[in-house]
Design a protein around this ligand. Structure first.
Ligand SMILES: Nc1nc2c(ncn2[C@@H]2O[C@H](COP(=O)(O)OP(=O)(O)OP(=O)(O)O)[C@@H](O)[C@H]2O)c(=O)[nH]1
Ligand SMILES: [Zn+2]
Length: 193
């Protein structure tokens, strides 16, 4: 995993250096990193690791809270001069084709965990080694991580990045994503209260 290219990108939340990380420069789905132009310390950096959710991030799907979490995180990262790592972990690592199959199963009454298992996957296939490698490459030593998912905290600690603090990023449930958020809270270890 290494830096393949970078450029400055002005956004509504500030100017960021966008860096594309991949194993080689032909990769069509590089991981995307946004580093605030005024980031000045590599200790206790405010940051988010966001798992790709095309449906929520780009199209505003109401089935999940991803799009709203991304907006809120970028706002905070803009204010605090932090970093966003956008990992290509669509569908908790099963990809878009399988996520849509999982959604179809959920529309017949299965929950988000059982749908993954029914398709032959773990409930969550993600790993945070790549994110840790990227943080080390950037020179980041410790972070304040925007997440409700303790697995992300453990994942970074496991690979040698110190999580100094977890910053919750709670979105009010809507009627469409209420059941999904309830499962995350009750069965997937997310801290949503
Ligand atoms: N397989 C599967 N993936 C889903 C489903 N709903 C959302 N996702 C994916 O789940 C990922 C986001 O994970 P979440 O569990 O919502 O949140 P998180 O990233 O673990 O935790 P936070 O940092 O608190 O947001 C994205 O990759 C989404 O595409 C679903 O029903 N099935
Ligand atoms: Zn989502």
């Amino acid at each position: 995993m290494k830096k393949q290219s970078e450029a400055m990108i002005p956004t509504p939340n500030g100017v960021f250096r966008m860096i594309a990380y991949a194993d080689d420069n032909k990769d069509l789905m590089p991981h995307v990193v946004l580093v605030h132009e005024d980031l000045d310390s590599y200790d206790n950096v405010v940051m988010r690791i966001h798992s790709e959710c095309l449906t929520g991030d780009l199209f505003g799907s109401k089935r999940c809270d991803c799009g709203e979490q991304l907006d809120k995180a970028l706002q905070i990262i803009g204010e605090e001069k932090g970093i966003l790592i956008y990992l290509r972990q669509e569908g908790r690592g099963i990809g878009l084709i399988n996520k849509l199959k999982a959604y179809q199963l959920q529309d017949t009454g299965m929950n988000t965990i059982d749908a993954n298992i029914h398709l032959g996957f773990e409930p969550d296939e993600r790993d945070y080694e790549v994110a840790s490698e990227i943080l080390k490459d950037l020179g980041v030593k410790s972070v304040r991580l925007l997440t409700n998912n303790p697995e992300k905290v453990n994942g970074l600690n496991e690979y040698g990045i110190q999580v100094a603090e977890r910053l919750p990023i709670i979105i009010s449930p809507s009627k469409e994503n209420k059941a999904y958020l309830q499962i995350k809270n009750d069965l997937m270890g997310h801290l949503l209260d």
